[in-house]
Every structure is written in structure tokens, then in C-alpha cells.
Design a protein around this ligand. Structure first.
Ligand code: C5P
Length: 208
């Protein structure tokens, strides 16, 4: 069973995808880590994320096993990720790895922006997870502060709006709800409620 979980940042899609993977005993890939790692690698090479050539080279050279979880989780890495992710060459370089993961025997859970539309359009179940901008910014602000980053709520909200706009408006594989995806709004749900709702959606779709 392939489960595609898409949605904007801090919508709860990562938490839901991890929980679905644990519940259904499937491997999980957070595809945002790939774009974040490319953003960090471009900066390490002394280039700007707007530089399509440098970003594509970084994507082609990406060593998945060497991704530094701490460095890719900063607010800055998120902003760079959304800039490099708009380059078609970067997306093309990362497609094969993601499709291979989706084709694992027994299935997989992938979360991102274009899983249900581009990476795994034939996924068995597609979820599009949303929440209001204020709720998402509050969640992300809490996470960043917990990690020791000094950043204000307003800056997080501002970055979130810009990233949403960039992700939804890019020409190649923009963030969008697949026609056959089920939308789950987590604005008023606790983490546990959101996870239970997602499991119920998958079970219903699969007739479990
Ligand atoms: O999900 P996360 O916030 O870690 O993703 C970082 C950025 O990577 C997103 O803002 C988006 O621009 C990009 N991304 C993407 N396609 C995916 C996953 C992430 O374009 N499947």
C-alpha cells in the first residue's frame, strides 16, 4: 500500500506520515529532507539557492545517508529548500530516488508537496493535510524555539506565507491537492486526534 501525504509546512503532515508508517508497518520518507539538504549543500558550496546550476549539481551529488538532521531543520534551511525546489533540474534529480522508495515491496508512506500528483500519482491513499496559517506558524515557531533558534512568531508567519506562495506558484510540480486526495484540516485537532483521523481515512479507503 502506497500512502501519499501532502500539504503545506507545519500542517501536521510529517507527524501524520510517521504515525501512519508505524501503524501500518510501512517505511516512511520525508521528502522535504531532500530539498532541505540540497539547500544546505548549495550554501556549503558558496552559492545562492537561486543559482539553478549550483542547485542542480548539489541535487545530483546528494548523499542521502550523509544528511545532517540538525542543519537541515533550521528556518533558513526551510527557506533555501523552497527556493531550490522551484528549479526543474533539482526536482528531476530527486524524482528517481523518491519513486524507487514508493515502489518498495509492501508499500511505503511518503510526505511532501507533490507526492500524490507527481511522485506517486497511483498511490492507494492520498491525504492533503492543511491547517490555518496562524496555527501552522505557532507550531513551527514552537519547534524552532525548542531547538534553540532565536526567531519571532511574526518572522515565522512571514516566511511561512512566502514559502506557501512559492511552493504553490512554481511551474514545476507545484504544491496542490490531487483530485482524489482527501483533505484533513488539523487546525482544531490535537496530534492524537489528527493521527486517529488519518488512520480512519486510510482504513476506510482500503476497506479495512
Ligand atoms: O516539508 P518541508 O518543510 O521540510 O519542505 C521544505 C521545502 O521543500 C518545501 O517548502 C518545498 O519547497 C520543498 N518540497 C517540495 N516537494 C516535496 C517536499 C518538499 O518542493 N515533495
Amino acid at each position: 500500500m502506497i500512502i501519499a501525504v501532502d500539504g503545506p509546512l507545519a500542517s501536521g503532515k510529517g507527524t501524520i506520515a510517521r504515525a501512519l508508517a508505524a501503524h501500518f508497518a510501512l517505511p516512511h520518507l520525508d521528502t522535504g529532507t531532500l530539498y532541505r539538504a540540497v539547500g544546505v549543500a548549495v550554501a556549503d558550496a558558496g552559492a545562492q539557492p537561486e543559482n539553478a546550476q549550483a542547485a542542480e549539481a548539489a541535487a545530483r551529488a546528494l548523499d542521502f545517508a550523509a544528511i545532517d538532521e540538525t542543519r537541515i531543520r533550521t528556518a533558513g534551511a526551510g527557506v533555501s529548500a523552497s527556493i531550490v525546489a522551484a528549479h526543474p533540474g533539482v526536482r528531476a534529480a530527486l524524482v528517481a530516488l523518491q519513486r524507487e522508495f514508493a515502489q518498495k515491496p509492501g508499500g511505503a508512506v511518503l510526505d511532501g508537496r507533490d507526492i500524490g500528483t507527481v511522485i506517486a500519482p497511483h498511490a492507494d491513499v492520498k491525504l492533503f493535510v492543511t491547517a490555518s496559517a496562524d496555527v501552522r506558524a505557532a507550531r513551527r515557531h514552537g519547534e524552532l524555539v525548542n531547538r534553540g533558534e532565536q526567531i519571532g512568531f511574526d518572522q515565522v508567519l512571514d516566511q511561512l506565507r512566502q514559502r506557501d506562495a512559492r511552493d504553490a506558484s512554481r511551474a514545476d510540480a507545484p504544491m496542490m491537492k490531487a483530485d482524489d486526495a482527501i483533505e484533513l484540516d488539523t487546525s482544531d485537532l490535537t496530534q492524537g486526534e489528527a493521527i486517529r483521523a488519518a488512520i480512519a481515512i486510510v482504513e476506510k479507503r482500503r476497506g479495512l
